[in-house]
Each structure stands twice: as structure tokens, then as C-alpha cells.
Write a protein that binds this ligand. Structure first.
Ligand code: SAH
Length: 213
């Protein structure tokens, strides 16, 4: 399987052909080997235009959604970014190419461990995988220039609003368990300005300020 060719085709037909225009995001999507983050039996379809299952009943988002959410974070290279929902570690790998430091939180220890080992193997050394409840954010390293939540919320967790830097961007799916709106929140002079990006469907964010198990 020629994964590099598949990845080039993905960038052309799924990202450039739609509305992904940030050259740095396109470069990261071209470089990060998405197949490495998937179980062996799914690697051949790693570059398809759809989400895929990972272990523990979780999913890795469709490449286009990863690129779109990343583009909305407006990363230039010097940022500290928080991701909630490490899952496979793929989204964190993309972020690691575009920001200075990435913290990614995962509530399921086995997933966090696996994501960490793939990220280390690929030498993405500026990513820190943390086990914990991301609905409470990660106060210790706050505030963040950008926060991305890759699991669905019925409301925006308060901690994430608080841990966003002035001028910072928060991208988060908000809705019910069947479907959500992908929302971008910008903190501007202490006020939170909200804009809807598109409709989406994510697995639930489970935690103290999220859904119960
Ligand atoms: N971004 C991932 C996919 C995320 S799937 C990737 O690139 O592969 C959503 C993930 O959020 C799941 O792994 C799930 O376990 C995790 N999750 C759900 N609730 C959470 C919480 N409160 N804190 C941290 N992670 C959470």
C-alpha cells in the first residue's frame, strides 16, 4: 500500500477541493502518517473520506473535520494548545506540527497510553498526553492560545472558557447525542464571541461538567 500517494490524494480531493486553505494545515495533513494511528486492519482505509473506529468504542474523525477544526484554531507556530479527547493521538500529531506545545487529555487510560506511544515513536516530542477529565480543562498549564474539543458537549464547559487566553480560540461540538454544531468561540476583551462553523457528529464528552457515563 502506497500510503504517501493515498495521503496526497486525500489532501487534493478532500481538503483543497473543499475549503481548507491554510498552507500550514495542508502541509501537516500531508506529512502526518494517519495510518500509524489506526489498528492494522484499518490502515488500508486510513485515508478515506470518513471517520473510523479506534478501540474502546471511540472514533477518529474524518480527515476533513480534523483539518477544518485545526484551521479554525488559526495557529502560527508559537502557541500553547489544549486538546480534549486524545483518542488515537492523530489530531494531537497534526497540532504538534503547527504550534509550540500541545497538551492532550484523555479519560480512558488505555487510549492515552497507546496515543502516547505512537506519538513518541513518530518523534512528535512537543505533545504531552495526560489522563484526566477534560471537562475540567487543565488548569496547571493554562491559559491556552487555542483549545480544541474532539468529543460532543451539551454545553461549553466553564473551565474551558476560563482557561482560554485573551484573543484565544476554542473549537467545540455542542448539541445533543445525535448531532452537534461545531462552534468557534473567540475571547475578545473578556467577552466570548460565538460562531457556528458546520453541523457534525462526535462521540460524547463524559465527565464532571459533561455527560454522565
Ligand atoms: N481526537 C481523537 C479522536 C477523539 S474521539 C483522534 O484524533 O483520534 C473522542 C475522545 O474523547 C475519546 O477517546 C474519549 O475517550 C475522549 N473523552 C471523552 N470524554 C472525555 C473527557 N471528559 N476528558 C478527556 N477525554 C474524553
Amino acid at each position: 500500500m502506497d500510503y504517501d500517494a493515498k495521503r496526497r490524494e486525500m489532501v487534493e480531493t478532500q481538503l483543497k477541493a473543499r475549503d481548507i486553505v491554510d498552507a500550514r494545515v495542508l502541509k501537516a495533513m500531508l506529512e502526518v502518517p494517519r495510518h500509524e494511528f489506526l489498528p492494522p486492519e484499518l490502515r488500508d482505509v486510513a485515508y478515506g473520506d470518513f471517520p473510523l473506529p479506534i478501540s474502546e468504542n471511540q472514533t477518529i474523525s474524518q480527515p476533513y473535520i480534523v483539518a477544518l477544526m485545526t484551521q479554525e484554531l488559526e495557529l502560527k507556530g508559537q502557541e500553547k494548545v489544549l486538546e480534549i479527547g486524545a483518542g488515537s493521538g492523530y489530531q494531537a500529531a497534526i497540532l504538534s506540527r503547527l504550534a509550540k506545545t500541545v497538551y492532550t487529555m484523555e479519560r480512558i487510560p488505555a487510549l492515552a497510553e497507546h496515543a502516547g506511544s505512537v506519538l513518541r515513536k513518530l518523534c512528535y516530542m512537543n505533545v504531552n498526553v495526560m489522563v484526566g477529565d477534560g471537562t475540567l480543562g487543565l488548569k496547571k498549564h493554562s491559559p491556552y492560545d487555542a483549545i480544541i474539543v474532539t468529543a460532543a458537549c451539551f454545553k461549553v464547559p466553564d473551565a474551558l472558557k476560563e482557561q482560554l487566553k485573551e484573543g484565544g480560540r476554542l473549537v467545540i461540538p455542542v448539541g445533543d447525542e445525535w448531532g452537534q454544531a461545531l462552534i468557534k468561540i473567540t475571547k475578545s476583551r473578556g467577552e466570548l464571541v460565538e460562531r457556528k462553523i458546520c453541523d457534525c457528529a462526535f462521540v460524547p464528552l463524559v465527565g464532571e461538567d459533561g455527560w454522565k457515563e
